[in-house]
Write a protein that binds this ligand. Sequence first.
Ligand code: Q9C
Ligand code: ZN
Length: 646
Amino acid sequence: MEAVETASRSTSRSLRRVGILYDERMCRHHTPDDEPHPENPNRIRAIWNKLQSAGISQRCEVLSAKEAEDKYILSVHGKSHVDLIRNISSQQYNSRRNRIASKLNSIYLNEGSSEAAYLAAGSVIEVAKRVAKGELDSAFAIVRPPGHHAEHDEAMGFCLFNNVAIATNFLLNEKELGINKILIVDWDVHHGNGTQKTFWKDPRVLFFSVHRHEFGSFYPSNDDGDYTMIGEGPGAGYNINVPWENGRCGDADYLAVWDHILIPVAKQFNPDMILISAGFDAAVGDPLGGCCVTPYGYAMLLRKLMDFARGKIVLALEGGYNLASISNSALACMEVLLDEKIVTGSTEAYPFESTWRVIQVVRQELKAFWSVLADEVPTKLISQKAPIPKILISSCDSEAEDVEELLQEVIRPLSTLRVDEDCRESASVSWRSDLSNIDIWYATFGSNMWKPRFLFYIEGGQVDGMQKLCSGSMDKRPPKEILWKIFPHRLFFGRESTRTWGLGGVAFLHPESKNEDIVHMCLYRITLEQFNDVLHQENISSYDMSSPLFDLTSLDCVKEKGSINLEAVKKGWYHNVVYLGMERDIPILTMTCDLSDIENFKSGKVPLHAPSEDYANTLVKGLVEGGQLSEEEAVSYIKEAATKPL
Ligand code: Q9C
Ligand code: ZN
């Protein structure tokens, strides 16, 4: 009973309706020749993979990206800017694109930029709309390019459209949504200059940004992010900047700002909804940020905001450039949104002296607008300040740190923050638990089309009359679903004999598709962990499986390239994993030979060979019992595949 519950819990939806949005098309925005750049496609891939392997996306409502309509973008940006971003990826700009980008501040552009920019903006609108309507409690839009630096007529700081500002105006303008007051929290390590300007005079939007400022020397390197910038006219008091004087700020500093500025003001403002410009470049290990916020820190910051706006919170990704840091931080935030674990504790480290000073000047500056800020911060609190710890100085300023090491050796001892229960084990457990949450369709064209045969690869054991003992998968759960489909690929039979079937060829699939070919495939919905075990058995490999043959990176890669050869089992006959598309958002994978093997079959170096009677009968049984073909049809289907020249 207990085991059943545990098994179902990992895949069941949360009580909280949490939306998550990811779309591979946003990866098509990259540097023109794919030169290295911190704001690259792997950022959102890493986050998405992490959330999938931790079983998070499975508990969420997964949404697909939509391009924003121009009329919504035009509520923030000027027509000439929208025209430029709409057209910049078209051919007519090919010769000018790089020159245009080089005239902008920290911007690159390519053929995929327009679509990605429209999708990023449209995706934040999409999730925000659903949260506003109450279809979702909260949501995370894993978008790029980021947005908060983009101004009315200017792309800058890796940002093309200001996604969060656009979604905010959308919510306010759709009157029937009933969203009249919005709090934007910008915890990206950089100042959200574009968002600040958009709502400078707007009292419906309280813009709060905490950022590294260093008296105007940190990007975007001007005075816009100063604490004196509080908004204007009716918007006066509705813009709050908390400018760090130095890097190295961490959980304690951010929590102090939350407790003594943001949370009291949020209470008084009483927003209808909260949008978070959720950059993770203040995270420990970030190569640009130089700050030290841990995943627990982010979880706490978010947790404290959930008490407002009836929990209607949307996170939109902004910056964050260390793949491990942003993935772990995003994971911690999703656990908070799902509300299945209790985040408790307070940090043992103290804020810097400069942090208390900044908190005091911000409160001073804004107390005329927010009565909750009027009192002095108790001196007892302020006296609790961190000596600048030497280990943190050296660690946080250097660029390429091993984050895990840093987390373990430096941050954790300083912090008593805990995310309760079992969630923290995930870092240390093997690849199996990661991949056991991901489903794929394993598309079979050979003897595995006959279900009892295939089940031996899952359950282990010895199938009647055959020579081989199968080890099975560690996860012996049967396929969740079985589905048949036809694909435009060529089925053929090759090699002289096998240990399992004796004399005769076995089935292969030509890895490339061709319109005149058809192949019947039986698709088993199994986990990526099970797929690895099948790959291992099919290739009779001696590989020790301490790491997976085919992991999430391989999955991304095969989706992009169409097929990948697995080095570790290159001697196996089915060492080439081929991607056959998606079925209900789940990738379809098969395993076969590669193109060089095809050449060897064609040249006769490796023989083509009709299947043995036993083997052919197994395929026929599969096709007939699977309800695909009559017996005669199945027999002639196999015969044709065995006789037609390759
Ligand atoms: N010396 C975001 O995090 N750095 N943007 C340029 C020039 C640009 C960061 C440095 C940093 C932009 C969304
Ligand atoms: Zn940033």
